[in-house]
Ligand binder design. Structure first.
Ligand code: HEM
Length: 381
């Protein structure tokens, strides 16, 4: 991605996002004029008097390096001289641009405002709302479903390969979720009682873990996608399921194939769209995408996609994890041991069960040695 395009994209995206951040920040100077120069009313520090050379200034106003920074600010990203090799190393700060809602600021400042005034507070609130909603649902409604997944003749719901792929992915996701939440919210939740030393150490190790588990999650997500995509393709009956919200409020589960429309929604929205967003932006943040110009603009864009995508994915999978543990009786056993009872299959995935009874789908797909008491194979009618 060339520099001009990455800057255009940075300005456009940050402009749009920061417009949300609305609240004026006293640190940034007042609103910009159409000319993109310093905004009207922006008071530049007094010009140094003729006799105030840097040496004299250092004496009379120690630490006041205004002329230097004025030069840096007005350099408009014209690279200064440096021995440090690499992109942008000669550019100390990004160009000042006009951002709606943030007015006259560098892209870095606009990004900081989007992160601190929008992604962190709204993202945090959204995750809390999701957790509270799940807790209220559980205490209001309890675990759903009647049939146990154990007992009677059994049907293989997940093969050993599918379960291994799922749990590898699930463990990587939980590690990334926890380390990501600590990096984003640890400052508010942990630092006040942990103190800087312990918090610094823990965050450093969790960040390192995050950077290494990320690529692993990228691979396992791909495996999950191709392993389950066939049974997540939309089917006519899914619409009936959606219209009746799966029978969640009537107490009568709506018949579905192997995966119901709710699971398919998590698959396409959570695994595919959000998974891809978080993984691709994560690989950029990990500098693992070849031939990419890792400018500050690129990293700022990648971070905003990554953080926003991760918050939405966490909210979606809070629901999946709830249903996969407490929320749906027998679901955990299905993914833990791979088998469900006939009664469970009939109650939760009636159309899938009928296809197995009719011999369209085998009751046992893998040569799993643990297979026993499985439903006898019926010749296709
Ligand atoms: C601790 C975390 C997790 C738990 C406890 C969990 C639990 C479960 C359970 C019990 C099932 C079986 C549901 C059924 O029988 O229909 C399942 C299916 C599935 N899970 Fe998870 N899961 C977790 C994390 C994840 C993550 C992070 C992903 C992907 C990013 C994921 C993707 C899937 C997929 C694709 C299926 C197959 C059903 C479908 O395709 O809709 N799971 N999970």
């Amino acid at each position: 991605m060339n520099k001009a395009l990455s800057r255009w994209l940075a300005v456009t995206l940050l402009g749009a996002a920061s417009a949300w951040a609305q609240a004026p920040d006293p640190a940034t100077p007042p609103a910009a004029t159409a000319s993109n120069g310093p905004p009207p009313g922006f008071v530049a520090p007094a010009e140094p008097k003729a006799d105030d050379s840097n040496a004299a200034r250092a004496k009379s106003q120690p630490g006041n390096n205004a002329p230097f920074w004025r030069g840096v600010r007005n350099s408009g990203e014209t690279a200064g001289v440096t021995q440090v090799p690499g992109l942008e190393t000669g550019v100390l700060i990004q160009r000042f641009e006009r951002y709606p809602g943030v007015d006259y600021a560098t892209a870095g400042e606009a990004w900081r405002q989007v992160r601190n005034r929008f992604i962190i507070p709204y993202g945090g609130a959204l995750m809390l709302i999701a957790l509270v909603a799940i807790a209220l649902f559980y205490f209001g409604r309890g675990s759903m479903g009647h049939a146990s997944a154990e007992g009677g003749r059994r049907i293989e719901r997940f093969t050993p390969f599918e379960r291994a792929a799922h749990w590898l992915n699930a463990i990587a996701f939980v590690l990334l979720g926890v380390s990501g939440i600590v990096m984003a919210f640890g400052k508010f939740l942990l630092l006040p009682w942990m103190g800087h030393t312990v918090f610094g150490l823990i965050t450093y190790w969790l960040k390192t873990l995050h950077n290494f588990v990320g690529p692993l999650f990228a691979v396992s997500l791909l495996v999950i996608f191709f392993t389950f995509v066939k049974d997540n393709l939309p089917r006519r009956e899914d619409w009936t399921w959606v219209k009746k919200a799966g029978g969640m409020f009537s107490g009568h589960e709506v018949p579905s194939h192997r995966f119901n429309a709710g699971e398919k929604g998590i698959f396409w929205g959570g695994v595919f769209v959000l998974g891809l967003t978080v993984v691709l932006s994560g690989l950029v943040l990990d500098h693992l995408v070849p031939n990419l110009a890792y400018t500050r603009g690129t990293m700022q864009i990648a971070h905003m996609f990554h953080a926003t995508g991760a918050v939405l994915m966490l909210c979606a999978f809070f629901g999946h994890i709830y249903l996969g543990t407490l929320g749906m009786r027998g679901a955990y056993t299905a993914m833990r041991k791979g088998y469900v009872s006939e009664a469970w299959a009939q109650e939760h995935h009636a159309l899938w069960y009928e296809d197995i009874r009719a011999g369209k789908i085998p009751a046992q797909r893998s040569g799993d040695p643990a297979a026993r008491d499985t439903l006898p194979q019926t010749r296709q009618a």
